[in-house]
Design a protein around this ligand. Structure first.
Ligand code: DAK
Length: 257
């Protein structure tokens, strides 16, 4: 089988996953998504990995779901093959997940980027949901995540009128964290991941879960969730160590427990 998602782990605890289907602009067929989901599950299970960066190449992050593969799908296939459940697993990754996007992030590609916790964009990044041009609508959360991120009016324009956002527009509307030159967008994303990897993995995951709750629940429920994760942080050795290190004016040694 083709290797559509290449992985490596840096010495600083960052898991890297690259889409590797350049001849089809990294179009996301089922094999690509399966390999991505497997890679993310492996990173989640590996205590060496503290944060993950997902990227494509300079020209394209991913140009969407594979139109060839989708063209003959029936509603019953979509239902029976649990394709949505497979895509949904990307968003349940436990470790911090940063998308490093250069070039096209369209349709399912934009949706996968939005499933990540943060997006570092190169100056050439282009975000769009062109499904309307194919006679369909976004199918992997685009109508929901984009609307919550950029607001209703702009989401309507992007999805109904096939308006694409360039990197600066994406930054202005809160879709991405920062815009950097094409020459170093990946390094910048890795540096951000390394910064996260330098903190307590327990506290990082508890914080990520709590922010995710803010996105998915009403405020009272989110606050309750945060409170419980705050208690849980105090059950970790990292909390004892972090505070002791501060008081002793030394660098903490995180155990991840
Ligand atoms: N699928 C399949 N092949 C694609 C592709 C795609 N999405 N995008 C590009 N390619 C292929 C092209 O067919 C071409 O292949 P060859 O002809 O060389 O064999 C090659 O990549 C290069 O593309 P172009 O020749 O078109 O290159 P250009 O530079 O002229 O244009 C482009 C680049 C990105 C503007 C253009 O390729 C394009 O418009 N691509 C399609 C973008 C698009 O409409 N994306 C949205 C697809 S719908 C679901 C989950 C998610 C979704 C649905 C269901 N479930 C969980 C069930 C998501 C749906 C979508 O994403």
């Amino acid at each position: 089988m083709e290797t559509y998602v290449v992985t490596e782990i840096t010495s600083s605890g960052v898991g890297l996953a690259y889409f590797n289907r350049p001849e089809a602009y990294n179009a996301l067929n089922t094999a690509v998504i399966r390999q991505l989901v497997a890679a993310l599950a492996d990173f989640d299970a590996d205590p060496q990995v503290r944060a993950v960066v997902l990227t494509g190449n300079e020209k394209v992050f991913a140009a969407g779901a594979d139109i060839q593969e989708m063209s003959s799908l029936t509603p019953m296939q979509l239902f029976a093959e649990a394709r949505f459940a497979l895509w949904d697993r990307i968003a349940t990754t436990q470790k911090p997940l940063i998308a490093a996007v250069s070039g096209f992030a369209l349709g399912g590609g934009c949706e996968v980027a939005m499933m990540c916790d943060m997006i570092v964009a190169s100056e050439s990044a282009k975000f769009g949901q062109p499904e309307i041009t194919l006679g369909i609508i976004p199918g992997a959360g685009g109508t929901q995540r984009l609307t919550r991120t950029v607001g209703k009016a702009l989401a309507m324009e992007i999805i109904l009128a096939n308006r694409w956002l360039n990197a600066e527009e994406a930054l202005a509307h809160g879709l991405v964290n920062r815009v950097v030159p094409v020459s170093n967008y990946l390094e910048e994303a890795i540096a951000l991941a390394e910064k996260i990897a330098s903190f307590s993995p327990v506290a990082v995951q508890l914080a990520k879960q709590s922010i995710t709750a803010a996105w998915q629940t009403p405020l009272t429920e989110g606050l309750r969730f945060e409170r419980h994760n705050f208690y849980l942080a105090f059950a970790s050795e990292d909390q004892t160590e972090g505070m002791a290190a501060f008081l002793a004016k030394r660098t903490p040694h995180w155990q991840g427990k």
